[in-house]
Ligand binder design. Sequence first.
Ligand code: ADP
Length: 447
Amino acid sequence: MKLPGAMTPAAWQSVSRLGISLLLALLVGLATGRIALAFAVVLAIYAGVQLWNLLRLEHWLRRRRIEDPPDISGLWGEVVAIVSRIYRRKQFHRARVTALLREFRRLTTAMPEGAVLLGPEHEILWFNRRAAEWLGLRRKRDRGIRIENLVRHPNFVEYLRGDEPGDGVVVQDTSDISRWYSFHIVRTGMPERQLLMVRDVSREQQLQSMRRDFVANASHELRSPLTVITGYLDALADDQKLDPTWTAPILEMRRQAERMSTIIRDLLELSKLESGERPLDEEPIDIPGMLALLRKETLALEHRPHEVRLTLDSTQWLKGVENEVHSIVSNLLSNAVKYTPPQGEIELRWWTDEDGGHIAVRDTGVGIAPEHIPRLTERFYRVDSGRSRDLGGSGLGLAIVRHALQRHEGTLTIDSIEGRGSTFTCHFLPSRLMQPPAEFLQAKLSG
Ligand code: ADP
């Protein structure tokens, strides 16, 4: 047995008390000639005192919340002191944790966003009041239930199962269609825990839809008067009796009217794409055929770069909305034509690989400085507005490209060197690729 190294004064006191008692028993035993009895009496008294102290300690331990520690001397007193110190420390920590928890609860309740803590299977572990209110969660009923079983919107489920939190997802409330919520996953640093943040974005959605409606309505309203003006201008331009000094102004007016109708056409197309009004009635698109036709149309243009090449590295087709994919490529191609001098060249390329299908439009034109590239797809963003206007650009072409691509889960990459040329590449997912229909191949072989 290992003996305690340094004994405390209380331990010394207890040991010496026992020693003195035993000595006293020996002396009394020797004096009376009944040593065994003397020892037995002294030890019985000693055991009685220890038992009494043990009982007091046990009694106090049971009622330590309401009673002060017993006043015991010696080793028992030391034990009581140690136990009460441990107890006080525990009480202090518990009070701190309780205060922190209360503070955390108050903070999460005051948060303007909803928060839901999810486990590895997306089961709900905890949520704050805001999330409960917006998602209709109830503490007792919904804890442990997988969130997909409560928020069933396909876009939300797809987002939740995705690998990257990204920008989150916006979902319309199925029970109240005027409400929209945005969901965003926040990594917690713990592999088994994810925090789902919820925001009420109904107001932003409402404003966006008002803006879209306004632009669409204004564009519609402007279209008819513009048609009248263009008609009169055409008539005036053809009028032989017109004073020749008016020829140049009328030509300029026609050019400007044409620009206005291009802007209106593009605005209408963009608002249609944005509103998601057009259903995605997808069909197989013959991309090689489409590109060949677009090349032919480009070659027929009066002002164009001298070489317009087509490289087809794949015969595959693409699933999508034909006029939207056509609009994507024709916008990119018309930019390449606009921003490339006559001695330059353009290449249209289609290829497929394990990442999907890719359409690239490369030119050897003016190129774009790197600081402009991230903003090119914003509406009305132009590197050189004067040049864009002179070339009849609406400033909306690339915004249309971005939206149409988004509707096809596609992405756009832009590589450019100022003064050397640019390459705009559209990337489509492998799931959108398909082999040309058998009857098409047969017709091609026989014809
Ligand atoms: P725009 O009608 O002005 O061409 P877009 O949205 O199609 O509008 O393009 C936005 C801007 O991006 C253009 O004003 C131009 O500055 C730049 N841009 C687009 N395509 C090219 C290109 N192929 N080469 C150089 N600059 C380009």
